[in-house]
Design a protein around this ligand. Sequence first.
Ligand SMILES: Cc1cc2nc3c(=O)[nH]c(=O)nc-3n(C[C@H](O)[C@H](O)[C@H](O)COP(=O)(O)O)c2cc1C
Length: 168
Amino acid sequence: MSPVRFAAGDYRHALGQYPTGVTVITARGPDGGKIGVTANSFTSVSLDPPLVSWCPSKTASSLPELENATYFAVNVLAADQHHLSRRFATSAQEVRDKFEGVAIRAGIGGLPLIEGAVARFQCRTVRRVEAGDHVIFIGEVQNYDANGGEPLVFHSGTYHIVTAHPGQ
Ligand SMILES: Cc1cc2nc3c(=O)[nH]c(=O)nc-3n(C[C@H](O)[C@H](O)[C@H](O)COP(=O)(O)O)c2cc1C
């Protein structure tokens, strides 16, 4: 049976109707270098044990280093951190230092934790699953903190801020 093929732009448009938060996944490379990739594929998977997932593209230039890293951190961006979303969505091959001027502190194993994020989850990768043109990373949360605040939202290809529904 041949795989289903959709018109790429139209299919992306349909997927984009599902709003998400925006995260920057961070890690340390084998040489200690800082890795950071914008991702909206973050999902909570299990509460007990506490498992989360995210999906890097097989074309992400950071993928080899991410696959070698023991830990990753999920930094859930605040509404006023949209510039960080753009910065970390630029390939590491195009930016000399994605972290230049970004306030961070060190987590487990030196994980870069972005200051001002509304929540941060420090995870140990427990499984990776090949899935088409992406890889599903499953991480067990080792530590987290949540300062709260207004999150950044991504919907239909643009950034949004949350407004409470008047009908509740
Ligand atoms: C809002 C948003 C969400 C994104 N989500 C993902 C994602 O879940 N997985 C992924 O591989 N790339 C995602 N990207 C694209 C990557 O951030 C982008 O390809 C980045 O250049 C990868 O960095 P690298 O090439 O340094 O590895 C997203 C980009 C944006 C703007």
